[in-house]
Design a protein around this ligand. Structure first.
Ligand code: IMP
Length: 203
């Protein structure tokens, strides 16, 4: 029998994220479509919080596609820096800065910070909107605790992974195999919570 799958837009162009979310939602009668064919211009992330930015991205994708949408926003919070870079994680070293520049800036800022005080966490907020005006979006959050290393380690992942030490694994998140990172990470946690909220809401 032919199954009718519910189409949902994923407000991301990151192939890793798209694969991860598609695999977690398989078996849920849903088809997760990357936003690329509907959204030519990405939404401007003008929010002060991960939640605001996730909602901006989800509403934008839902508006342009006419379909329900999932979006996430995430970043690194370093305690010794009062929670920075936070929502500015992707552009910490300035607009257009890449991972390398952002990591150099982070290490420079923390040069004088002792090992015990280098605590940090990745945070992710993931949302589902039924349409662009949805007044009752589903919201899920995940956090992943760690410490900032003094030099980069490992070749997997992206962003701040080489500097993010995961104490109970004894390795940086860039040294973890991708499937292990997906199981432990802020994004994996948020996604699993969102999937269960979607099931509760009969989506
Ligand atoms: P976005 O949620 O894709 O916009 O990510 C924001 C930024 O946070 C990224 O560009 C990275 O710098 C950082 N970030 C978020 N999640 C991770 C992660 O899992 N590993 C390393 N860096 C991350």
């Amino acid at each position: 029998m032919l199954k009718i799958l519910k189409k949902i837009i994923l407000a991301s162009n990151n192939p890793g994220k798209i694969r991860e979310i598609q695999s977690l939602l398989s078996g849920h009668d849903m088809e997760i479509l990357p936003q690329a064919s509907f959204v030519q211009e990405e939404a401007e992330e003008t929010g002060q919080t991960f939640l605001e930015n996730a909602l901006i991205k989800a509403r934008h994708a839902a508006r342009l596609s006419g379909l329900p949408a999932i979006a996430d926003d995430s970043g690194l919070e370093v305690d010794a820096l009062g929670g920075a870079p936070g929502v500015f994680s992707a552009r910490y070293a300035g607009a257009g800065a890449g991972d390398r520049e952002n990591n150099v800036k982070l290490l420079t800022k923390l040069t004088k910070v002792e090992d015990d005080l280098r605590t940090a966490r990745f945070r992710c907020v993931m949302v589902y909107v039924r349409d662009a005006e949805d007044a009752n979006p589903l919201i899920a959050e995940g956090t992943w605790e760690g410490k900032i290393l003094r030099e980069a380690r490992g070749g997997h992942g992206f962003g701040y992974d080489p500097l993010f030490f995961v104490p109970d694994q004894g390795r940086s998140s860039a040294e973890l195999p991708p499937e292990v990172k997906n199981r432990l990470s802020h994004r994996g946690q948020a996604l699993r919570v969102l999937v269960s909220k979607m099931a509760d809401a009969s989506i």
